[in-house]
Design a protein around this ligand. Structure first.
Ligand code: PLP
Length: 366
């Protein structure tokens, strides 16, 4: 069996550090707002290259809390890509605003700047580009479009910790950025966790209040109604350990992705990941496209090779968005990608032997 992702292999590589960090938390027994939380927040803000980091419960909450901190709510619209995990759009609904879907580009899978102009209305307040699969979105075009229309840019960085666009880490372009530390992410906790990154002190303070029942520094002073979405101390301790390894792990992902591309480049029925110049793709996923995806799935199933489809349905065609009355044909690129995309096993501990077995299996059965 070659799994899609092997979190246990990663744990074995850092077992001593993790066990000690978790044991220290338990010994100190400050399970909420323990020291590891602010230590990790500071380290992660520094890693991304931003002034403030506010830990929270998960990446979906990070998006929602940012939107709420920006005052986005009922009557407002937020442009989101038609291809993403549902959180990107769901967070907009959850603050009472309306997601407006934009199609994506066929080569990068990220939001298509050329499709944005026609989506603008008087209600449009923000755009959420997603750095999908680990590749930075077209930030120059998105930033100038947003400046022209006075929109907030909120980056969804859930899949791209450490990715770089023109020399700058993603997460530093928008007014604020959301990170997920779901266990399988490039930087993953041992449960749910997330963070908000921003250079804006007001947004960071408002976000911290919202994530902590509207309290900031003083207990029982609630300036606004918030929620309970704090970064757990044990998760922060795990993330603090793992952050030190992130660049090495991203390097391993990139090395393995290059090897995949070298081995599969002769297969002309496969569309391999495209990396535009001046962007570092951190390969959260190694996603390829092929018309006869079902054939590959049965080969993988027969040979014990893991796979997954990210994602089988464009967001506007999910049942949750039926109320918007979109038809097939409205998002032709996202629709095509959803029919053809498949993620191959990729994680830093994948061995070259395993990668070669996967490639041999693909080539022999093509
Ligand atoms: C693109 C994207 N946005 C947001 C999220 C939400 O993160 P979480 O699962 O931590 O809520 C995810 C996680 O799966 C994601 O992939």
């Amino acid at each position: 069996m070659i799994p899609l992702v092997d979190l246990h292999a990663q744990y074995l590589g850092i077992k001593n550090e993790i066990d000690k960090a978790v044991q220290d938390c338990i010994s100190q027994s400050h399970f909420i707002k323990g020291e590891a939380v602010s230590r990790f927040e500071n380290a992660f803000a520094e890693y991304v290259g931003s002034k403030h980091c506010v830990g929270c419960g998960n990446g979906t909450d990070a998006l929602e809390i940012i939107l709420k901190s920006l005052g986005i709510g009922p009557g407002d619209e937020v442009i989101v890509p038609a291809l993403s995990w549902i959180s990107t759009a769901e967070s907009v609904n959850n603050v009472g605003a309306e997601p407006v879907f934009a199609d994506v580009k066929l080569n990068t899978y990220t939001i298509d700047p050329e499709k944005l102009e026609k989506l603008i209305s008087r209600r449009t307040k923000a755009i959420i580009p997603v750095h999908l699969y680990g590749l930075p979105a077209e930030m120059d075009e998105i930033m100038s479009f947003s400046a022209k229309h006075k929109l907030f840019v909120v980056e969804d960085c859930a899949q791209a910790h450490g990715a770089v666009y023109k020399g700058k880490k993603i997460g530093t372009f928008g007014i604020a950025s959301a990170f997920s530390f779901f266990p399988t992410k490039n930087l993953g906790a041992y449960g749910d966790a997330g963070a908000i990154i921003t250079d804006d002190i007001d947004i960071s303070q408002k976000a911290r209040k919202i994530a902590n029942h509207g309290q900031l520094l003083t207990k029982h002073i609630h300036d606004l109604t918030g929620r309970n979405s704090r970064l757990d101390t044990i998760q922060a301790a795990v993330l603090e350990v793992k952050l030190k390894h992130l660049d090495k792990w991203n390097g391993d992902r990139i090395r393995l992705a290059k090897q995949y591309m070298l081995r599969l480049k002769e297969l002309d029925n496969y569309s391999l990941p495209f990396i535009p110049s001046e962007r570092t793709h951190v390969f959260h996923l190694f996603a390829v496209r092929l018309e006869r995806r079902e054939d590959l799935i049965s080969v993988f199933n027969k040979n014990g090779i893991g796979w997954s489809v990210h994602y089988p349905t464009p967001l506007p065609h999910l049942g949750a968005y039926k109320y918007k009355n979109h038809n097939y044909g409205d998002f032709p690129v996202a629709e095509k990608i959803c029919k053809e995309i498949i993620s191959l096993p990729l994680f830093p501990e994948l061995t070259e032997d395993q990668l070669n077995i996967i490639c041999d299996t693909i080539i022999e059965n093509n």
